[in-house]
Design a protein around this ligand. Structure first.
Ligand code: GLC
Length: 420
């Protein structure tokens, strides 16, 4: 067996806490929502039962209103902040955060089902998970798009999965800073110049305090949350997941929900037209509080392809945009336009290359027949992993591995895509 494959499997095994996989042993010692989706695809390459278990552990933490949280604190740990006491969820079993993350799960379930070697197991597991997915997607529509615009808002940068992306700078600057004292454990483990700034963290924590104080009531949050942003990435992923969930709903006898999702999907595709910016050759996010587009060219705009949203002309324009970006860095694809003032090649979501994100973008380009760019992303990811190991992310200029090492989603993405 290819030794990279063996090493990647060993990373997942080492990060396996019995039913769920931590993203990184010390930096992120719990279960994270979208990480688990990618991790399940990785497990499925050598242990399908374990892949299903990963998803079940996450979905088991679903709230009554349908929300599937971004963190599940299965076991107590002092090594992470903000923990359940800050989220005000200590009474829940299991305790969780109070926000969500990009909804990749329905797409993952459909793929696991379609590629299953153990068909009986896959049918049973997918059928059992489908009602929870339907209720999660209903939560997105109801709680995060009460106007029925076709696009959902996020209430926290962490919900985008791209914590400190330049996309959020202006909207976050309008959020007050927390008055409560808190500790940042991340800085004890990772260089400060690879992590979000303090002024961002003070606002991240203000939002958590607000959600807790408003009891996570979605009507009050819609009215009072100062951060309400249409993240192009979350919306593209949700639209793709809606399409995959339609297939699951039809297969498992949820016809009414399948029709509801189909009409929602049509509305989302229509609404995406407003996020297209020909001058950037890219889809951009939108700030609902400011009532204005977020004029920041980040790689999330390419996820529309994963969402199957653009027509062929726009897909071709996106391929040209991506090709321009790749001329400027040694490794593709940086998460931010690399000749932009806000590009920072080592600071987390402000420029680096991430394995799972490269897959999402490459999958989209391949679906539209833009194979050269899709292959480039895969080859570059493989080179980064071969040279540096399974880092959280990489510097697109010289390939330096950054953030946490032995990182689960990088190992998983290697298994189901980059080195397989
Ligand atoms: C960071 C990332 C987020 C990820 C989490 C665990 O918060 O920004 O996308 O889910 O770490 O890996």
């Amino acid at each position: 067996m290819n030794s990279l494959v063996e090493r990647a499997q060993a990373v997942l095994r080492a990060n396996d806490h019995g039913g769920y996989t931590v993203p990184s042993a010390r930096l992120y010692p719990f279960q994270w929502n979208w990480d688990s989706g990618f991790v399940a695809l990785g497990w499925a390459t050598f242990d399908e039962a374990r892949a299903w278990l990963e998803l079940e552990s996450l979905v088991g933490a679903q709230w009554d209103d349908g929300m599937i949280p971004h963190i599940v604190f299965h076991k107590a740990s002092t090594g992470y902040s903000p923990g359940p006491e800050v989220w005000g969820t200590e009474g829940r079993r299991p305790p969780t955060s109070g926000i969500s993350q990009p909804p990749v799960l329905a797409t993952v379930v459909r793929r696991l089902l379609e590629e299953a070697r153990d068909r009986g197991l896959a049918e049973a597991k997918a059928e059992a998970l489908t009602p929870a997915l339907l209720s999660w997607h209903r939560w997105w529509r109801g709680a995060r798009d009460p106007e029925g615009s076709g696009l959902v808002v996020i209430h926290h940068p962490w919900e985008s999965g791209r914590d400190n992306s330049p996309d959020w700078d202006a909207a976050l600057a309008r959020v007050p800073t927390t008055r409560n004292r808190y500790e940042r454990r991340d800085l004890a483990l990772i260089d400060a110049d690879q992590r979000p700034h303090q002024h961002e963290y003070d606002r991240y924590l203000y939002l958590v305090d607000l959600f807790r104080d408003l009891d996570y009531d979605s009507d009050r949050l819609s009215r009072d949350c100062p951060f309400r942003v249409v993240d192009v990435g979350t919306n593209a992923i949700l639209h793709r997941a809606d399409l995959d969930l339609i297939a699951l709903a039809e297969k498992f006898g949820h016809e009414v929900e399948a029709r509801e999702l189909a009409s929602r999907a049509a509305r989302t595709r229509h609404a995406f037209a407003d996020l297209w910016h020909p001058e950037h050759g890219l889809y951009l996010s939108f700030d609902r509080r400011a009532g204005a587009p977020i004029e920041v060219p980040s790689a999330a705009g390419f996820l529309a392809l994963f969402g199957r949203i653009p027509g062929p002309d726009m897909a071709a324009t996106l391929a040209e945009t991506a090709a321009r970006w790749t001329e400027r860095t040694r490794f593709a694809l940086p998460t931010m336009q690399p000749d932009h003032d806000l590009f920072e090649p080592r600071r987390y979501w402000r420029g680096p290359v991430w394995a799972h994100f490269n897959w999402l973008i490459a999958e989209g380009f391949a679906a539209y027949g833009h194979n050269a760019i899709a292959d480039r992303l895969r080859v570059d990811m493989r080179r980064l992993i071969e040279a540096g190991g399974f880092f959280e992310y990489y510097d697109p200029r010289d390939g330096t591995g950054c953030g946490g090492g032995e990182f689960s989603w990088t190992a998983a993405t290697a298994l189901f895509w980059a080195v397989s």
